[in-house]
Design a binder for this molecule. Structure first.
Ligand code: SF4
Ligand code: SF4
Length: 461
């Protein structure tokens, strides 16, 4: 059975209230006097659409999705880990209030309404704590049931009610208030960029290297993950170096640079719209010909595929992952690479949000074969790859880490079987997720990104 630390509503409220910095109208605090059940049901009915309704009614309980889920594979005797169990928790409420049989004879179809806030809290622990929204079950359902969409839908309603893990609340608040999910100030952003500019200038031995900010009419506007500013500025330096050698015309915006989007994880479409629109409007303001997204799985999915719909925005500027940009540079010989500079065995982890949900699959492999001398696949791979375990914002939810590490055993075995020394991924979130797996299971591997290997293999005249 589920064995999760249940954070009580009062504990959660106390934590949230102690922060005392909520943007009114965007994030709602948990209110013990509110009729949460009534509001939950109202939102469920209001937000129901055809895609969700078909996933609510389409499940035949065949159980085929179970083997897709790393939670089930790691805990085979625990039925509460199955995708269908997780989806049934919201499906029961749907049946009770929307489905006509459930409204007339609820006991016949196991239709139920949550009885109290404790039930909503348990639902929160299921949809936030036992699923990384990796969509592997969705891909393998013969009936086309989108379980991950039901999970996100439920998360969105709970978020609206303020019934969320503390980490989700904090990150969402930061993104609403500062425009980026790590609350990086404009000063820190510009300082870090300048620091990297100096580093690359010294490394290349050239004078007056520019890092273009808010430059108009460039070939592309580059967007990044705040993690690159706060924890991994080397990836900005690599980008700067590669773009310079390729002779690229590019810019970073002063505002609208954060491509990550916690709205995808929390199910909050309003936050999703706000963040995506910041980027689209920055590109329009700067008259950029294209938007290029750095290596970030959910940032890519949000900006490239989902943001237009959340924001109802007429986004006409082409958007691509930097993986495609790098591939073009190598193909057009705008940069030269030498695979012998990356001699150690490298395996590749497909990020769920870029491969399974984003359809960028062969391009990173093509690049890795140009820049590494020993590339080897992990199995399963491509759209069947297992999640890094940290998807859907789980890295920000410390209370679920013990379970996440337990089920990470599947990922650890998959990584270990490759006998590679280096795991390459094209997502900052996956870097942190896989790093946790490697440390927990003592795998002795190193995690890098595609751009790291390209920069290392680059031959500079
Ligand atoms: S979600 Fe799909 S695969 Fe899973 S039990 Fe239902 S019908 Fe079967
Ligand atoms: S989305 Fe992924 S983690 Fe969630 S139930 Fe499906 S397979 Fe499991």
């Amino acid at each position: 059975m589920i064995n999760l630390p249940l954070v009580t509503m009062s504990q959660e409220k106390a934590k949230v209230e102690s922060l005392n910095c909520v943007s009114e109208g965007h994030l709602k605090l948990y209110d013990p006097n509110a009729s949460n059940i009534k509001e939950f049901v109202t939102l469920l009915i209001q937000r129901m659409d055809r895609h969700l309704a078909s996933s609510m009614v389409g499940c035949v309980h065949c159980g085929m999705c179970a083997e897709s889920c790393h939670y089930v594979l790691a805990r085979p005797n625990d039925p509460t880990m199955t995708p269908v169990y997780k989806a049934d928790q919201i499906r029961k409420i749907f049946k009770r209030h929307v489905d006509w049989i459930g409204r007339i004879i609820p006991w016949w179809v196991q239709a139920r309404t949550p009885a109290n806030d404790g039930d909503l809290n348990r639902l929160k622990n299921i949809v936030f704590g036992t699923c990384s929204a990796c969509k592997r079950c969705t891909l393998n359902c013969p009936m086309g049931v989108d379980i991950a969409a039901l999970i996100r839908f439920t998360r969105g309603i709970l978020t609206e009610l303020g019934i969320v893990p503390e980490g989700v609340f904090n990150v969402s608040r930061d993104q609403w208030e500062t425009g980026n999910q790590m609350a990086v100030s404009e000063e820190d952003y510009l300082d870090t960029l300048d620091w990297m500019r100096e580093e690359v200038q010294d490394e290349l031995g050239i004078a007056n290297l520019e890092i273009p900010i808010d430059k108009e009419e460039c070939d592309f506007m580059y967007t990044i993950n705040p993690r690159e500013i706060k924890f991994d500025p080397r990836s900005i330096a690599n980008a700067l170096k590669i773009f310079r050698i390729a002779g690229e015309s590019w810019t970073l915006p002063k505002w609208g640079w954060d491509q990550t989007n916690f709205g995808l994880f929390s199910g909050d479409d309003k936050l999703g719209a706000y963040v995506a629109k910041n980027i689209y409007e920055a590109a329009r303001r700067l008259r950029a010909k294209r938007i290029v997204i750095s290596e970030c799985g959910h940032g890519y999915r949000s900006t490239r595929w989902e943001g237009y719909n959340w924001a109802e925005y007429d986004q006409e500027i082409p958007t691509e992952s930097v993986i495609l940009t790098l591939m073009r540079y190598i193909q057009e010989e705008r940069i030269k690479v030498d695979p012998s500079r990356n001699p150690e065995p490298v395996t590749f982890h497909d990020s769920c949000n870029i491969a399974r949900s984003g359809d960028i699959i062969e391009e990173p492999r093509w690049i890795l074969k140009q820049v590494c001398s020993d590339f080897r696949e992990m199995h399963p791979n491509r759209i069947e790859n297992f999640c890094c375990t940290g998807g859907s914002g789980l890295l920000s939810m410390a209370e679920y880490k013990p379970l996440r590490m337990e089920v990470a055993k599947i990922k650890a075995e998959q990584l270990q079987a490759t006998r590679a020394k280096i795991v390459c991924t094209m997502c900052h979130n996956c870097v942190d997720g896989i790093t946790d797996v490697i440390q927990h299971y003592k795998l002795g591997m190193k995690v890098v990104q595609v751009m790291d290997l390209v920069a290392n293999a680059m031959v500079i005249d």
